[in-house]
Design a binder for this molecule. Structure first.
Ligand SMILES: Nc1nc2c(ncn2[C@@H]2O[C@H](COP(=O)(O)OP(=O)(O)OP(=O)(O)O)[C@@H](O)[C@H]2O)c(=O)[nH]1
Length: 667
């Protein structure tokens, strides 16, 4: 074996040579290609990166800075991911303070700007200055996170994806930001609107200067808002001089589907005249894709709920109420009205001129938004109305999609982008669908938010549960806690942890959170200054009315031992699953539990017998004597155990269904 060269460490960083070589090779290939922006190895380079490990972050930053990472190490601020921070909720006071701090610092959360450029610049020059600007931007965010301890949403860290946005902004005359109606401000990037005002084309071209482009906020999923809620949002947006519109891609595509079905039925009728019409949008495939998207929404995993595709839109009473409110500001636009609005809101095309001094032939509408806000559904709804050609523009711009919507309008679909935003807690991010539920380790925070936001009656009605809460007489405070919901849900569904037989709260949490993100459990954030409880009152009443009309049997997917754990007091036995139990065995059970002190239904201290489950059944010690409430200390233990189970079982998870976007062209 050759002796090591004395005094010289060949691998001072301790990083694997293979990783280094790969990074260096990739970097060389990119630089040597002589091509600009997104043309080289586009598929892998365009991959969205919203969370990086420390090593990847370090290497990528070093690569951006075009420096040897050992030499540049001290200059680079390592960023840890947001997951290491503040996994629990803030008190009301802390939250107010944090929001105040966010307001004061919001100017610092910027979308990375494309540095000024001219057509005479070389590819290498453009590359260098874009990378330098991007690196500065990332350093600024790192300072916010690491030094000033702000919690940020995960944000896009791949320069290539931002380059797509730059190109979409430069091309578009109107930029439409699509947001989710349940929390418009979470998904609205204020700085993007500032950027839109500043965007310029290449220096030297006529009519590409600042202030020509316009923005529009499209509040999608408006079917989830009541008319009153829309009025309150309209008041807020008006007060902020924000141009906005309410839309529901789901409603729009449902309408289109109904029309298609009616036409199909008409054509299938024996006396129908097949060639009489060539209806608009009749055979468009996009409509079909839209419903495919809905099918594969995160959380729609079959047993999460039996009716998880059901949205709690306004019921009949609410619909009548809607008709009574004649406020044009809150109208949920039809597809054609939306298209008209695009034309009306876009600036006059003649102010834009190309290098030859010609105005563009069509208005370009850029569509930007977070993943999952319904961008694909909106585009599909827009396309479903017409016969359109969907094509990727060849050449350099092939990664964002351009869609010729009409003779005067082109849609320019930017890949889903996660903008940096301030966040109060990680739990908020999980509930907003920004952090993936399947990767969630700490679930008590997000579930606590769910139980804070939704009344107990709504949760009970939705799942057919009876949630046990420790009352004042039992030493509790009568308030519902995360554990109460999780245990009741897990028991009712028969989700037990292997080995111990205790309720699998982690699994219950995942299903409940997916229902929340998918709007089966509906909660809408109010505009600033409005109490959340008041804002959601009507929504929850509607939901209760709907549930009351629907006879819901208690959930019956319970394992054979699960019955042992279900609620104890006779008055609460509606949650007990007695499936398969005849009247005889029920009577026998009843007699047994009434007579025997050692049954798990024993009333313990409340029954005056001094029975303690934890001594009698130490392996079940995450349960209290009531069988539903769990001590906080033990709950944490349960969380750790559950997480271990979750991680340990990763290999056995069923393969994830991959959501298909309608467009081609990227990913
Ligand atoms: N209630 C309701 N749900 C909607 C609406 N539009 C979209 N959704 C649902 O929201 C989820 C996301 O919709 P997509 O159209 O795939 O969202 P996207 O923004 O294109 O997401 P990416 O493909 O990840 O970029 C799906 O489950 C849709 O069914 C709407 O108007 N109302």
């Amino acid at each position: 074996m050759a002796p090591k060269t004395k005094g010289r460490d060949h691998n001072p960083s301790g990083l694997g040579r293979a990783i280094q070589n790969r990074k260096i090779k990739d970097a060389k290939k990119f630089i040597e290609s002589g091509m600009y922006t997104t043309d080289v190895d586009s598929t892998s380079r365009l991959k969205s990166v919203t969370q990086e490990g420390d090593l990847d972050e370090f290497l990528n930053t070093a690569q951006l800075a075009e420096m040897d990472f050992t030499a540049g190490k001290e200059k680079i601020l390592p960023q840890t991911t947001t997951t290491s921070q503040n996994p629990y909720l803030l008190s009301e006071q802390e939250e107010q303070k944090t929001i105040q701090k966010h307001q004061e610092n919001k100017q610092r959360l910027r979308v990375p700007r494309r540095p000024p450029w001219t057509k005479s610049m070389t590819t290498a020059e453009l590359e260098r200055q874009e990378k330098a600007a991007f690196l500065d931007w990332r350093r600024g965010l790192a300072v916010l996170q690491e030094e000033e301890k702000f919690l940020l949403t995960p944000f896009e860290r791949n320069l290539e994806v931002w380059r797509q946005l730059w190109r979409v902004l430069e091309r578009s005359h109107l930029i439409v930001q699509i947001v989710d109606a349940r929390n418009p401000l979470r998904f609205r990037c204020e700085d993007l609107e500032d950027y839109v005002r500043d965007v310029e084309g290449p220096e030297g071209e006529k009519g590409t200067g600042k202030g020509l482009r316009r923005s529009l906020l499209l509040i999608n999923k408006s079917d989830l808002l009541t008319a009153k809620q829309r009025i309150q949002w309209a008041d807020y947006f008006d007060s902020q001089s924000i141009r906005y519109a309410f839309f529901s891609a789901a409603n729009a595509s449902a309408l289109q589907q109904a029309r298609r079905d009616a036409l199909t039925a008409e054509n299938a009728a024996p006396d129908s005249d097949g060639d009489e019409s060539d209806p608009v949008g009749q055979e468009d495939e996009e409509g079909g894709e839209a419903s495919e998207d809905e099918d594969s929404a995160p959380g729609d995993e079959g047993d999460a709920s039996d009716d998880s595709d059901e949205f709690i839109s306004a019921d009949e009473d609410a619909e009548e109420e809607e008709e009574d409110i004649q406020d044009p500001r809150i109208k949920v636009l039809s597809v054609l009205e939306l298209e008209e609005l695009f034309t009306k809101s876009a600036p006059d095309r003649s102010v834009f001129k190309d290098a030859q001094g010609n105005p563009p032939a069509k208005t370009v509408v850029g569509l930007v938004g977070y993943p999952n806000v319904g961008k694909s559904s909106t585009i599909n709804a827009l396309l479903g109305e017409k016969k359109v050609s969907v094509s990727s523009t060849p050449g350099k711009t092939k990664h964002f999609q351009t869609i010729h919507l009409s003779e005067s309008t082109i849609l320019c679909d930017c890949p889903g982008l996660v903008f940096p935003q301030f966040a109060t807690t990680k739990a908020e991010l999980v509930c907003d669908g920004v952090l993936p539920i399947d990767q969630m380790k700490e679930y008590t925070g997000p579930i606590s938010l769910v139980v804070q936001r939704l009344p107990k009656e709504v949760l009970q009605a939705t799942y057919g549960l009876s949630i046990q809460v420790k009352g004042v007489e039992d030493g509790g405070d009568g308030l519902m806690r995360a554990e109460n919901l999780l245990i009741a849900y897990a028991i009712a569904r028969g989700y037990m942890r292997s080995g111990q037989g205790n309720p699998d709260e982690a699994r219950a949490a995942r299903y409940i959170l997916k229902d929340y993100v998918n709007a089966k459990l509906l909660y809408c954030h109010p505009p600033p200054g409005i109490l959340p409880k008041l804002f959601n009152e009507q929504t929850h009443q509607i939901q209760l009315r709907r549930m009351a009309g629907k006879k819901r049997a208690p959930v019956t997917r319970v394992g054979k031992d699960a019955d042992t754990y279900v609620a104890t007091e006779p008055k609460t036995q509606e949650t007990r699953t007695t499936e398969g139990q005849g009247p005889k065995s029920r009577a026998l059970d009843q007699e047994f539990f009434n007579q025997n002190s050692m049954g798990v239904y024993a009333k313990g201290i409340h029954g005056g017998r001094g029975f303690s489950r934890s001594t009698a059944f130490p392996h079940q010690n995450t349960m209290t004597n009531e069988g539903v409430v769990i001590a906080p200390k033990h709950a944490r233990m349960a969380a750790v155990l559950a997480n271990q189970t979750q991680d340990g079982n990763k290999k056995h998870k069923k393969p994830k269904r991959v959501k298909q976007r309608s467009g081609k062209g990227y990913d």
